[in-house]
Design a protein around this ligand. Structure first.
Ligand code: ADP
Ligand code: GN1
Ligand code: MG
Length: 387
């Protein structure tokens, strides 16, 4: 069995009121329901009555088949959220408390609790009057999300203390992801490989992509930074009224990485005109105005610290990370849907085909995308003419 893809046993039943009693919370727990569209953790919105005032919290059962060392992961998250809260307080503003995730500790003071089934739970303040989107609706959405993720990277450049724990080793090691696919094809536990010959051929045809960023890193042109590593568009909350980026969430994979992994996943998840699992591939395309919004927002936040090589690979990073996630979906399909949550038979295959279709479109338009990035960087560095 591939060590990154352990089989998923069914989740144990949930008693949210019992979980609530384990956290340092006040008031009466009114119950909760599943929330959001994440593929990894089990997330619930839980309502409380606090002396007549309605208050909500997010409870999350952390997927500890995917994250092997949850205490280490929670140590990372405690450090990162403390830093983000400190920065939000410095900047002031009347919504500083929404600008960083806030952990509610367990009654024993730890940032998580373990239930009677051995599952790990954490609790966050609910970020109100903001939401996540699965599909970018406007280029302004993209700009705001990219600015928020770029600000988050900048915030983490000064993170004091030891190197963060690697919560999933080799998370963006695309060569490893490619090898995992080859291993899955060899093992083929459900005899699915024959039916996905075209997708496997596409993966093999693009093997030349997998080492490009690793080589840049080895050459010292793309330094290790602290990065988010899962900058999917639905991992940033946008304000309901202004649509500005309020808070970066889903911090499980914040760890050492490359800036381009983050930008690449923004391109993958934000530019697609279709949902990530849309089976009708004629709907899949890379939307250039959305890409332009991403570059503008990201450069506004991160333009000062990116190296020249990083800037030159913005478009490529989108192609690579889209390919990488496509490899992971295809691997999971062949292995029997053991990693990502699925809601229908063939769901991971639909996702893989969708991502590969997006790779094709990015590939066809990579030079135009590079020109957009070069132009926006140039405009940013050139002072506006005096009117
Ligand atoms: P996963 O790792 O499974 O993707 P996330 O941490 O991204 O889990 O949470 C899933 C969804 O729950 C998010 O996309 C978002 O919509 C919602 N969510 C998470 N944290 C909060 C929060 N503190 N306040 C409000 N909504 C949240
Ligand atoms: C998962 O947790 P979520 O849904 O935000 C996955 C990402 C993938 C993404 C694809 C820890 O993200 O790496 O890019 O699905 N997270 C993990 O939609 O594997
Ligand atoms: Mg998420």
């Amino acid at each position: 069995m591939n060590p990154d893809h352990p089989a998923q046993p069914p989740a144990p039943p949930v008693d949210l009121a019992a979980i609530a009693r384990g956290f340092a919370l006040h008031g009466q727990c009114l119950g909760g329901r599943p929330h959001g569209n994440g593929h990894i953790n089990d997330t619930y919105a839980v309502a409380f009555d606090q002396a007549g005032a309605p208050v909500r919290y997010i409870f999350q059962r952390v997927n500890n088949r995917v994250f092997k060392d949850v205490p280490a992961l929670m140590d990372n998250i405690s450090r990162v959220t403390a830093r983000a809260a400190g920065r939000a307080a410095e900047l002031g503003g009347d919504d500083a408390s929404r600008r960083a995730l806030t952990l509610v500790p367990a009654r024993d003071g730890r940032p998580y609790l373990v239930d009677e089934h051995g599952a790990f739970w954490r609790c966050y303040l609910f970020i109100e009057k903001a939401r996540t989107y699965d599909i970018v609706e406007t280029p302004a959405h993209a700009r705001e999300a990219a600015r928020a993720f770029g600000d988050f990277q900048r915030l983490l450049t000064g993170l004091p203390g030891a190197r963060l724990h690697e919560t999933i080793p080799d998370f963006h090691n695309t060569r490893r992801r490619y090898e995992n696919l080859l291993r899955a094809i060899d093992a083929d536990p459900l005899n699915r490989a024959a039916a996905v010959r075209d997708e496997i051929a596409f993966a093999k045809h693009n093997e030349n992509l997998v080492d490009v960023l690793a080589k840049l890193h080895a050459a010292g042109e793309a330094p290790e930074r602290v990065t988010h590593n899962d900058t999917k568009f639905n991992n940033v909350m946008l304000d309901d009224a202004t649509h500005t980026g309020v808070c970066v969430i889903d911090l499980d994979t914040v760890m050492p990485g490359l800036a381009l992994h983050d930008f690449g996943d923004m391109v993958r998840s934000a530019t697609n005109a279709a949902a990530e699992d849309e089976p009708d591939l004629s709907k899949v395309s890379m939307r250039m105005p959305v890409y332009e919004g991403l570059v503008a927002g990201y450069l506004a936040a991160a333009g000062d610290f990116l190296t020249e090589a990083e800037r030159a690979h913005l478009a490529f990073s989108g192609r690579l990370i889209t390919f990488e996630i496509g490899l992971r979906f295809l691997t999971d399909h062949i292995e029997g849907d053991v990693y990502f949550k699925t809601r229908r038979p063939g769901h991971n295959l639909d996702r893989a085909r969708n991502q590969f279709a997006l790779v094709r479109d990015i590939d066809a338009r990579q030079s135009a995308m590079e020109a957009v990035a070069a132009r926006l960087f140039q405009e940013r560095s050139t002072p506006a003419p005096i009117p």
